[in-house]
Structure formats: C-alpha cells, structure tokens
Design a protein around this ligand. Sequence first.
Ligand code: CTP
Ligand code: CA
Length: 226
Amino acid sequence: LKEVAREKDMRGLKVLVTAGPTQEAVDPVRYITNHSTGRMGYAIARVCMQRGAEVTLVTGPSALKKPEFVKVVPVTTAKEMFDEVTGRAAEQDIIIKAAAVADYRPKYISDEKVKKKGDNLSLELERTDDILAYLGMHKKEEQFLCGFSMETEHMLENSRGKLQKKNLDMIVANSLKVEGAGFGGDTNIVTIITKDRDEQLGKMSKEDTAAEILDRILSFREGQEK
Ligand code: CTP
Ligand code: CA
C-alpha cells in the first residue's frame, strides 16, 4: 500500500492545488467549459496529503470523489477561482495550478434563456483574469509556483514562454497529441520544465505522475536553500 507507506516528507508544508475546469454561464441553462476532469489536480492534492502536507484544493466542477483530509473549496467560474486562490495565496509554501481555467467568458450573461432565432449566433466574450500570472507577480520569497500547460503544438516553446511570462518555478507540460496523455484518461505523459532544464516523464498513472512532480518540487526547494 504505497498510499499509507509514503514518506511524510511534506510535513509542515502548506500546499494549495487547483483542479478541474471552470464553467462560465451564457444564460440560466448554458455554459462554456472544457474537457478537464480534475484527475491530475485531485491526484496531486491526495499525494500531498499522504506525504503530510496541509492541503487546500480549490476545484472547479468535477465528478470526482473529494480527497479526504484535504480542505476542499468548490468554485464554478474563473472569477470565483481567482478570488479563492488569491485570497489564500500568501500563506502557501507551494501552489500548483492544475486547473483548466477559462480564458474568456461571455461578456453578458442573459437573465433569461436565449431563444434561437436566425441561422447564426455570435457570443461576445471577454478575457478572464490570469490567476497564475497574478500569483507570479505577487510571489512571496521562498514560495514555489507550479503551473500546468496543455498544448496541441510547439509544447516546449510555448510552455517555456508561460514559465517566463508568469514568473513560475516550474511548468508541467502536456501534449494533447500524445496517446496516453491529456484529459480524462488514467495515465499521463508530462514534461517537467524549469528554468534550466526539461525532463519528460514516462507514461504512468496520474497518481504516480503526481508523486514524481512533487519529488522534483521538493528537491528544487532543497537546492535553493543551500
Ligand atoms: N491559468 C490561470 N488563469 C487563467 C488561465 C490560465 O491561472 N485565466 C493557468 C492554468 O491553471 C495553468 C497555466 O495558467 O496552470 C497555463 O494554462 P494554459 O491554458 O496552458 O495557458 P494560457 O496562459 O492560458 O495560454 P493559452 O491558453 O493561450 O495557451
Ligand atoms: Ca488557457
């Protein structure tokens, strides 16, 4: 049982994890979202807890069972996630943003159901705030910031760009084009990118991927202390 046998090497650390998609309402019956299930983020939260960390999981709508012994904060929209995450950020040692946050939301939410008329419909969208960029801008000393990125092309360059632009310590990159990676499935194939290097992990369960990511975060932090 590796779950109970895990070394308690995160004892004393406060970790905030985000997971899942966000939902942005169009009207009372419709919303815009994405394919995130929350699995990767939930696995990270659970493994952090098993390793002794004090964990907060800010999660968009997800059908997954809530991990035990984790403070779970459910949210629906990108705005709610922004408020719940930024309000808790200052006290965290490590923040891991596995959530798939909407980049745009409908500019106007109709109070009534939008009725169909005509052959075409355009929805006006507006940008949401970038939570991770905000965290990077307000990063406390010693705080470790890890983002995720999902790409369909130019995975390394694009992800490295996000690492720099958002002032992150690490970004975990996923390619939707690789079999066994990406949304929904039990396994993942990720590339862990830091300022100095990138390392592709093998195909493994999201739980094992979570443990590998956390190993890298802990050794990175140790390296910095020296
Ligand atoms: N992210 C965020 N707030 C947003 C959008 C994204 O915190 N409004 C975070 C995600 O949680 C993830 C990281 O930024 O950790 C990268 O998300 P991704 O969608 O891959 O990149 P974007 O910067 O949004 O760029 P694009 O979607 O255009 O590739
Ligand atoms: Ca995005």
